[in-house]
Design a binder for this molecule. Structure first.
Ligand code: IPE
Ligand code: IPE
Ligand code: MG
Length: 253
């Protein structure tokens, strides 16, 4: 049994969690992991796990909206995930296209702003087109900002930023003396999005896997053994509840 809530007593506790509306994380980032293991436990192909994971995405976006959390970042495909079998990679590309095709109107209606973190030029053409349409259609919305990290890697993001900075220095647009944290952040995919307050990783793994390396400097981490397709609203509440009982010191006292 993978669920961390093993007893009825724990179940009761999580239903009673009272969240402090004045201390909500502004930005939650989630490493959506465990789809493959979820499928394996059910003797299903891994791709069925990815499909099941899409349902969790719907629930989590809705709950984010209800809770009034402004920024949600979902890690959907890493720069290392290209190493997977070709069939699985294609299935993940297809899922992105299907997801945007089926959800875009609804997301737009609910004011969601869709952004992509990662280099989309490496994606199949149809996926690139869906992504561009989603970004364009939702760019003036004012609701939840949904960052989909797709073909995203933290190191890749930093290398890209270094190249962009170098170009601007070379062309005289930027002085070396003016390079500080604020200036560098403008060159990251996350430009305009505050650092994640809370990073959630389901599936039992406790590592960062190249996610938001720059941005996670002072993020709070929350792990759960639940696989992503089984991740429910109550797990999100539990993570936020824990977050609200931590003492964020940022190096101070
Ligand atoms: C997360 O689930 C989805 C992606 C990385 C695309 P996994 O596919 O990594 O699932 P596990 O870790 O093998 O269970
Ligand atoms: C991280 O999960 C990437 C995504 C969830 C998109 P992985 O399953 O690829 O990470 P590792 O290989 O377990 O570190
Ligand atoms: Mg995994």
């Amino acid at each position: 049994m993978l669920d961390i809530f093993k007893t009825n007593k724990d179940k009761k506790k999580r239903e009673e969690l009272v969240l402090d509306k004045d201390n909500m994380p502004r930005h939650i980032a989630i490493i959506m992991d465990g789809n493959g293991r979820w499928a394996k436990q059910r003797k299903l192909p891994r791709t069925m796990g990815h499909k099941a994971g899409v349902e969790t995405i719907r629930r989590v976006i809705k709950e984010t909206h209800i809770l009034g959390i402004k920024y949600l970042t979902l890690y959907a495909f890493s720069t290392e995930n290209w190493k997977r079998p070709k069939d699985e990679v294609s299935a993940l590309m297809r899922l992105l296209v299907e997801y945007l095709r089926s959800e875009l109107q609804e997301l737009n209606k609910n004011g969601v702003v869709i952004k992509i973190l990662g280099d989309i030029n490496m994606l199949p053409k149809d996926a690139q087109n869906e992504v561009k349409e989603a970004i364009e259609l939702t760019k003036n919305n004012t609701g939840v900002v949904l960052n989909i990290a797709f073909n995203y890697g933290g190191r890749d993001e930093i290398i890209r930023a270094v190249k962009l900075v170098s170009n601007d220095v070379k062309s005289g647009k930027l002085n070396i003396e003016d390079i500080d944290e604020k200036a560098l952040e403008k060159y990251l995919y996350t430009n305009g999005t505050p650092d994640p307050d809370l990073i959630i990783r389901p599936s039992g793994e406790q590592r960062i896997s190249n996610f938001l390396l720059w941005q996670c400097a002072y993020s709070e981490f929350w792990y759960s053994n639940v696989c992503w397709p089984d991740f429910k609203e109550e797990h999100l509440h539990e993570a936020i509840y824990d977050y609200q009982h931590r003492d964020r010191r940022y190096g101070g006292v």
